[in-house]
Design a protein around this ligand. Structure first.
Ligand SMILES: Nc1ncnc2c1ncn2[C@@H]1O[C@H](COP(=O)(O)OP(=O)(O)O)[C@@H](O)[C@H]1O
Ligand SMILES: [Mg+2]
Length: 508
């Protein structure tokens, strides 16, 4: 295998397996000197994994890594650092009780900063943040007192502070940033490029990729499936086609429900930071989806609807009457089922028996059942668990011992015993296997068929298209589209959520 001198970096045939997952399957990635090389792909495509293999965070199972024409037998964080590679990983890795200046200069002790007066260090950090990122952050502020956007900027400053970077790798850097901060970052990236520094830029936002990258590689299922040279605004459609590959068929239930009159209305909901002016309506017998990338405000919006966060303005109406949810019990009283994102944490009492978890939602009934008729409660749980095929077939089993998919079914089984009319589901199938997913989709369809209103927030565009009647698309805190799933393609939905432009004729 020969290296072109124009390549500052070449990774070829990289394979990396985690238990049960082949994260990288013979993947290639090469970067030309002075270029900004984009890396895109759906969630789980292997983008972060290949970056971490390059960083020496993960050890590759096989494959070759060539930096500056030199094959690296061993790849460790120290070696790649010495070769001038700098990483801004997706996760922050900052110490909360360090100051901004200490964080920026962490690891620079050998450069003479060790033991230096903290005032000088503070000023140097402030100057660097200002000059490089146009960010005004005080050097003595503690990291834990910074908002997430400022933490990201500190992380970036730390990677660049020694002025020795030759290749800078950004993994989804803009996710926590607002648009003004994104502009600051892009200015910094343009300056780095002007200094001849090469970059790898990983992002979900196709609009960002087309505006700053020279070239882009598309990953799918752990492989590089294509490269686009001279990428321009018109290439979003091509990228999307490569990212998605093909559609999944008859995984989703046949839509057999009919929307009737409005049940939930949300008017002018805003929290001043993550989302603004949210208006929506969900009818009985309707399944409405909410799409949006990490950082779009989707999580915060759902948490606000759940009553876990406060809104600054706006209101929710149930059946035309003002509604405030202060607790899960409040929701149950109104006939609302909230299924949280992290069910292991919020949804299940792991040390409780399956039957008790199933009965947990219908509070009044449960009290009665526990005190008076435990046998009836167990029987009811058994019949519901049977319908969902919860395994093992023993509702006396402790919930902790069940697989993730079966734990998920237990949470869902509760819905069936409550007779609720509104279901708000946050990532209902995250972490469950394919078989359990199909059952969850059938159950959601069934609930809508029985006249319930269902609101599904999901990071999986296939799931939203397969399940919902309409999808609301959240981009940087605002609903930018309300699409009918009957007439929307996967490409179109991804283009909307990523802020990319779709070419005419690029739809699947
Ligand atoms: N540390 C890990 N342990 C187990 N599985 C992992 C780990 N990191 C990533 N994965 C899995 O590897 C696949 C690729 O993940 P990742 O590289 O993070 O994707 P991307 O960054 O493109 O969203 C996913 O299926 C993910 O669940
Ligand atoms: Mg990632």
């Amino acid at each position: 295998m020969t290296t072109s001198s124009a390549h500052i970096l070449e990774m070829s045939g990289i394979t990396k397996a985690f238990p049960g997952v082949l994260a990288l399957d013979n993947a290639n990635l090469s970067v030309q000197a002075g270029h900004i090389h984009g890396l895109v792909g759906e969630n789980g495509a292997g983008k972060s994994t290949i970056i971490k293999v390059l960083a020496g965070v993960y050890r590759r199972d096989s494959g070759q890594i060539i930096i500056d024409g030199k094959a690296m037998a061993e790849v460790t964080p120290a070696l790649v650092h010495a070769a001038g590679l700098r990483f801004i990983h997706q996760e922050l890795h900052l110490v909360p009780h360090f100051t901004v200046a200490e964080s920026v200069f962490m690891g620079q002790e050998q450069q003479g900063w060790f033991g230096i007066k903290s005032r000088a260090m503070n000023e140097a950090a402030e100057r660097f943040l200002e000059e490089t990122l146009n960010a005004e952050i005080r050097g003595r502020t503690l990291v834990r007192d910074l908002g997430i956007a400022h933490r990201k900027l500190v992380q970036i400053a730390r990677a660049l502070i020694d002025n020795q970077a030759r290749v800078v790798v950004f993994d989804e850097p803009t996710a926590p940033l607002a648009s003004a901060e994104i502009d600051q970052l892009f200015d910094a990236i343009a300056r780095l490029k002007a200094h001849g520094i090469s970059m790898i830029y990983v992002s979900h936002y196709l609009g960002e990729i087309t505006s700053i990258c020279d070239r882009v590689a598309v990953f799918r299922n752990g492989r590089d499936v294509g490269v686009i040279d001279d990428i321009g605004l018109r290439d979003s459609g091509r990228m999307i086609n490569m990212m998605v590959g093909r559609d999944i068929a008859d995984f989703y239930p046949v839509k057999n429900h009919a929307p009737s009159e409005p049940l939930l209305t949300i008017e002018g909901l805003a929290d001043r930071k993550h989302f603004s002016d949210i208006n929506l309506e969900i009818k009985r017998g309707e399944i409405v989806g909410l799409a949006g990338l990490i950082g779009s405000g989707r999580e915060e919006l759902v948490d606000t609807i759940y009553g876990l966060r406060r809104a600054a303005t706006g209101r929710m109406l149930l059946d035309g009457k003002p509604l405030t949810l202060k607790s899960p019990a409040d929701a149950v009283k109104h006939g609302i089922v909230l299924v949280p994102r992290d069910r292991r944490q919020d949804g299940l009492v792991l040390d409780m028996a399956v039957a008790d978890n199933i009965n947990l939602a219908s509070l009044q009934d449960v009290a009665r059942a526990f005190l008076i008729d435990r046998a009836a409660a167990v029987k009811r749980a058994e019949s519901v668990a049977d319908r969902l095929d919860v395994r093992p077939h023993n509702v006396g089993a402790i919930s902790r011992l069940l697989s993730g998919g079966n734990q998920q079914k237990v949470v869902l089984a509760r819905w069936l015993v409550t007779g609720s009319r509104l279901f708000i589901l946050d990532e209902p199938t995250v972490g469950v296997d394919v078989g359990a997913k199909v059952e969850i989709y059938r159950l959601i369809e069934k609930l809508a068929g029985e006249g319930a209103a269902v609101f599904v927030s999901s990071s999986d565009p296939n799931e939203l298209l397969g399940l919902c009647d309409r999808i609301l698309v959240l981009l940087r805190g605002t609903i930018i589209a309300d699409v009918d799933t009957a007439t929307t393609s996967l490409d179109q939905l991804i283009a909307l959520t990523t802020g990319g432009e779709l070419q005419h004729g690029a739809t699947a």
